[in-house]
Every structure is written in C-alpha cells, then in structure tokens.
Design a protein around this ligand. Structure first.
Ligand SMILES: Cc1ncc(COP(=O)(O)O)c(C=O)c1O
Length: 364
C-alpha cells in the first residue's frame, strides 16, 4: 500500500541527528521551556521573518491563544472559512466567540476576498485566514481588506510552513501567525507541538503569558484566560534538527506535485499545477465528481487516499441547526469532490509512477 505519509522513512544521517537531539535533552535534565525551546523560537521566528515566536503545545492552542492575545471576548465575531477541518472554529468557540463563515475561492480553495468583504459588514474583531493544503491564500489582499475594516488578521499556517510570496513567509503577513508541528505537517515534531509568531512585541508578550497560566511572574496570575500550553524540550530539540530539512523537503513535495500534474491525464480527474514558491504542497488534492469510485479504484490499486475535509464546519453535528441558513456553495461543492493523493518528501519514484498510472486507468 502506498500510504499518504510514511514518517518512519528517515535516512541514517537524519536518524543520527534526531537521536543526538533527544540524547542531548535527556542528558540536560531540563525538559520544559529551556535552551532547546528558546533556540527553536529564535530560529523559527527568523525563518518566518517575524520578530517573535512563542512555542505552544499544538496548533489548536496556538489559534485559541492567538485569539485571546488579540483580545477576543465572548460574543465577538470572528471570520473564518469552513473547509479547513474545524480547527479555527474550535478555537473560536473555545473563546465563546461567534464564528462568521465565509466561502472559499474555487481556485485557491482558501478564503474568498469577495466573501470576506461581505462579511466585514458584520464588524468582526478578527479574521482567521487558513493557508490550506500548503498554498498561500490571497493573503496580501485579504490582509489589506481586513485591516482597512479594523479587524485583526490571524494566519492559520499549520499546512504552510515555508510558503512564501514576494519575499515574505506564511505567518508574517497578518498580525499573528499560528503553526502546528503535528507529525505529518511539513515541519513535524515526533509528537504534538505548535507556535505563534508575531512582529508586535505586545502580542508575543501576551501569548507568552497566556501559554503559562497567565503568569506575569512565577505563581502570579495576571492575565485571565491563561492555561498550560508549552512546547517541551524534546519536541523543540527534534524541531531544531528538522527545521534544517524543511526547504529541501518542501522542494521534494513540489516535485511530486509537478509529476502528478504532468502525468495524470484523465478527463474525470482534475489536477492542479502546484509548484510555485507560494505553495509547499502539504496535501495534493484532486477533484472528481466520482470521488467514492475513484477512492475505491485507488485502494484496489494499493494507493491510500483521504478526504480533507469531508464535512464543512457549518454542517458539523455540534452545531445542530445553528448555521442551517448559512450556504457556502463553493465550500460545499468542494467537500463532495476533493480527494487527497499520497504526496510526501520520501515518496519513491516507482510509487509516484504507480499513483499516476492508477489515476490514468480510472474509469467511472
Ligand atoms: C489548518 C490547520 N489548522 C490547525 C490545525 C491544528 O493543529 P493541531 O493538530 O496541532 O492542534 C491543523 C492540523 O491539525 C491544521 O491543518
């Protein structure tokens, strides 16, 4: 079976580097908020072109802490898209804020500028822009429009580490950038991890307090809304190694995507060119009106697929009928047609050829 991911495919040198990192942490006797986390925060901020980075426990915490950092209060409206796996929506509802769902653009599959403009009439306090599948949203335009309306912009970047446009990296366009280092991400830990990046020091300072009980100084809780959400030393040490691999691995993902785009020729499967610098191809998505049949055909051919994501946020059972009158035509159509093919940096030539051939043989 050709799997969507195969995280154990690491070469000898890579394994040695990771082993060296965790042995260093074990020997240090210091496991939470130490040298490794500080090094990672400094290097990841540099990598993103942001002034500050605050490590947290995972990407969902990063989003929730970012919202609290931006001063979002219960009942505040926060704009988000509904096709990105509920993570932003979970963070919004955790703050007792009100999600305002907007549609996505049919080409980028990320937030539509037109839909955002309409939603801004509701005077949202914040806008969460997700860079989905590795591709930057129309971020410069979205930031311009949101800021002009007085909204804070939070970039949801767990699928876009290293995506860049006009010399800037994902996470550095808006006010706050949020990252996950879940193992399958382009920059993945060997467990959970996350980070917030920001240029404004006051945002970073607040996030730093909120990730540790709201402490001003030890055992003195100053900020309400604090919690424990820290990037541990073991994950930080592993990320310090893996950050050095990120650009090369993103290039490898782009070349798999290029092979798929050039090799898959089937009138029933729509592919996309995905090799721009603004795209780090976290997931390679194809579209077909015959999705269930294609997934079955690929499974029979030994190719694993998945759907990212099958049920839009406004249709999730937890909301019952709360968003029954919300219609997002592009989001809803995409949810019925998208299928994810295996695309990771360690995919082998013969596996790429096998996936292409299997797609080309598909007849609904
Ligand atoms: C776009 C996006 N946002 C947020 C998250 C949440 O990150 P985590 O799983 O680390 O909480 C994820 C991934 O899981 C994601 O893909």
């Amino acid at each position: 079976m050709i799997a969507l991911n195969d995280l154990a495919r690491i070469d000898r040198a890579g394994l040695d580097a990771l082993r060296g990192a965790y042995e260093r942490v074990i020997a240090s006797g210091w496991y939470v908020l130490g040298e490794e986390a500080a090094t990672f925060e400094r290097d990841f901020a540099d990598y993103c072109g942001a002034a500050h980075c605050v490590g947290v426990a995972n990407g969902t915490d990063a989003l929730e802490i970012a919202l609290r950092t931006a001063g979002i209060l219960p009942g505040d409206k926060v704009v988000t898209t509904a096709n990105a796996g509920m993570y932003a929506t979970i963070a919004i509802t955790a703050c007792a804020a009100e999600p305002v769902f907007v549609d996505v653009d049919a080409v980028t599959m990320c937030m539509s500028v037109t839909s955002l403009k309409t939603a801004l009439a509701q005077r949202p306090r914040a806008v969460i822009v997700t860079h989905l599948y590795g591709r930057l949203a129309a971020i410069e335009e979205l930031v311009g429009v949101a800021r002009a309306a007085g909204s804070v912009v939070i970039e949801d970047c767990p699928q876009a580490h290293g995506a860049r446009l006009n010399g800037k990296h994902a996470g550095s366009f808006g006010d706050i950038g949020c990252f996950s280092f879940y193992p399958t991400k382009n920059l993945g830990a060997l467990g959970d991890g996350g980070a917030i990046v920001a240029n404004e020091k006051s945002f970073a300072d607040r996030a730093r307090q909120l990730r540790q009980y709201g402490w001003g100084r030890k055992y003195h809780c100053e900020l309400p809304g604090g919690r424990n959400s820290r990037l541990d030393e073991m994950q930080a040490a592993l990320l310090n190694v893996k950050l050095g691999w990120l650009d090369r691995q993103n290039d490898a993902r782009r070349s798999v995507a290029r092979r798929y785009f050039e090799g898959i020729h089937n009138a029933h499967i729509a592919t996309e060119r995905r090799d721009a610098a603004s795209d780090v191809v976290h997931l390679y998505i194809v579209r077909t009106p015959h999705r269930a049949q294609l997934a079955r055909h690929l499974l029979d051919a030994g190719v694993q697929t998945d759907i990212h994501y099958p049920l839009p946020d406004h249709r999730q059972p937890m909301f019952a009928n709360r968003f029954a009158s919300t219609h997002l035509p592009v989001t809803e159509k995409l949810a019925d047609e998208i299928l994810t093919l295996p695309c990771h940096p360690a995919l082998r030539e013969e596996e790429i050829v096998h996936v292409i051939d299997a797609c080309n043989r598909f007849k609904p």
